[in-house]
Design a protein around this ligand. Structure first.
Ligand code: PRP
Ligand code: MG
Length: 212
């Protein structure tokens, strides 16, 4: 039997809410938390638990058919991948922040500054649009510590509650984009699996309507 292959964040903020929406769709997944792959008992679906940043490439290659992923990750490295549904959870911003003591007046203040980030394309495009050139330091996590250890003058990262910025004595000065979880689709999905996707979307839409 053909199954639709869905990628879900392995660990992190989207993981629980992603599994919850499948559950609300009446799809039960059998899994040990440590398994990287699981199947559903009552829907032709296989679930792959993957690292967020790897998901766009898996979609592009057609190794998975669909994914629940932050829109921000697609903007950063999957602009060629289409979105079937916005899912309304895991809302966040991708923002530029500077130390609280920095007297910030405009985006021009980033000219020549060192910015630590895991979202280089997003930052470069945003600043280019404003005619600003900065020096990027690409790191994969714990970005907010960079100014405190002298690695950067500013950071660009996800802001949700704002508590990570606050704890690191930083202030948000530019919101580059807002994001939420989306259902993304591989450009290589087969016709047969498109039918399964349509069934899943039908269920997701009624769950989202019920959530209001
Ligand atoms: C994420 C993100 C921010 C923080 C934002 O980090 O990179 O640092 O959450 O959330 P907040 O505004 O609610 O504090 P995460 O904790 O996932 O760790 P990582 O950066 O090491 O991946
Ligand atoms: Mg972080």
């Amino acid at each position: 039997m053909t199954k639709i292959r869905i990628a879900i964040q392995k660990s992190g903020r989207l993981n629980e809410d992603s599994l919850q929406i499948l559950k609300d769709c009446g799809i039960s997944i059998d899994n040990g938390k440590d398994q990287l792959k699981a199947s559903s008992r009552n829907f032709p679906m296989e679930v792959f638990y993957l690292r967020n940043g790897d998901i766009p490439q898996y979609l592009r290659d057609g190794v998975v058919d669909i994914a629940i992923i932050g829109e921000n990750v697609l903007i950063e490295k999957g602009e060629d991948i289409s979105i079937a549904e916005k899912l309304g959870f895991s809302k966040c911003k991708v923002s530029l922040a500077v130390p609280k003591s920095f007297k910030y007046s405009s985006v021009k203040d980033f000219e020549g500054k060192r910015i630590a980030t895991s979202y280089p394309n997003t930052v470069i495009n945003y600043l280019k649009d404003k005619g600003v050139t900065a020096d990027l330091h690409i790191i994969s996590g714990s970005v907010e510590i960079a100014p405190n250890i002298g690695l950067a003058d500013a950071i660009c990262d996800i802001v949700s509650s704002g508590s990570t910025l606050f704890k690191n004595n930083l202030k948000e000065v530019e919101v580059m984009l807002t994001s939420e979880a989306v259902l993304a689709v591989s450009p290589k999905i087969s016709e047969e699996r498109k039918e399964l996707l349509a069934k899943l979307q039908f269920r997701i839409q009624s769950v989202l309507r019920a959530r209001g």
